[in-house]
Design a protein. Structure first.
Length: 277
């Protein structure tokens, strides 16, 4: 499903939710209380600004006695090949998060990727895939990144291992463009970025990616990812340990200004290499 038609489908979901809610005589606040979210969230669902989670859609069906229509609509809309099965839930939670803290040990995080970098990553991981598959994955990644341009964007903090700045994914020109993009987002204070330098040596999270997400009306979660697998963690004790590990990473990383200077320096090195190559 193309981006435009998918957005139109979510707008239909929202319009249908508003119609059914009003027919039932509920205000947004009253329906929100019955499905354990705020009235403001119901309004954002109705305007297709945010997408509900599956359990919220199911509770809406129960509250409005709609015979599972919102459950079925959600399942149809969320069946999206742009995201791996193990990541689809985390991608949806991103749209609801008020805060996202991410650690990336080797690659620029998806929310910060440029199209050319995302394409190079996808091709490297899927060297025999058809062009349609590659472009579908790149499209999904670019759509995810748009949440950072929204007025309701989450606070986003990324810690990048210095590997991210040095591995020439896609070649020098692609890397220069990508690192300049990250530096620009940091300079504009759209995101906060720190670099964990090689000189730190060992660090608190050496087994893979880590993402922490906080929400207005739900407990925080942690998401970890390895090769062809991902784990969405909501056990409070586990999330607390993940938060402590992230705090250690933040302590070991370079300050934000020094991090941006290092990113800009790496971008300039790649730009120089691209121009002389």
């Amino acid at each position: 499903m193309a981006n435009g038609s998918r957005q139109a489908a979510w707008e239909f979901f929202g319009a249908e939710l508003k119609r059914r809610r009003e027919d039932a005589g509920f205000t947004q606040v009253e329906l929100g209380a019955r499905v354990f979210v705020s009235g403001g969230y119901i309004g954002q669902f109705e305007q297709a600004i945010r997408k509900p989670q599956l359990d919220v859609a199911q509770r809406i069906d129960e509250a409005l006695q709609t015979d599972g229509i919102f459950d079925r609509l959600y399942r149809k809309l969320i069946d999206d090949r742009r995201y791996a099965d193990y990541f689809a839930k985390a991608a949806e939670l991103e749209t609801l998060a008020t805060s996202i803290c991410e650690f990336a040990p080797a690659l620029v995080p998806g929310l910060l990727q440029t199209p050319t970098y995302a394409r190079a990553v996808t091709l490297a991981m899927n060297p025999f895939a058809p062009d349609e598959f590659i472009e579908e994955k790149v499209s999904g990644r670019m759509e995810r990144g748009r949440i950072l341009a929204d007025a309701t964007r989450p606070k986003y903090w990324a810690i990048l291992h210095e590997n991210v700045l040095r591995i020439p994914v896609g070649g020098a020109a692609v890397m220069a463009e990508q690192l300049e993009h990250v530096a620009r987002l940091a300079r504009d204070r759209t995101v906060a970025v720190q670099v964990l330098p090689y000189t730190v040596g060992g660090y608190a999270v050496m087994t893979g990616d880590l993402r922490l997400m906080e929400f207005e009306d739900a407990p925080p979660t942690a998401y970890t990812e390895a090769v062809y697998s991902g784990n969405l963690l909501d056990d409070p004790a586990v999330v607390k340990r993940a938060r402590s590990a992230y705090d250690l990473l933040r302590t070991d990383a370079l300050p934000r200004e020094a991090s941006r200077a290092l990113i800009e320096s790496a971008a300039e090195d790649f730009r120089r290499c691209a121009s002389t190559g």
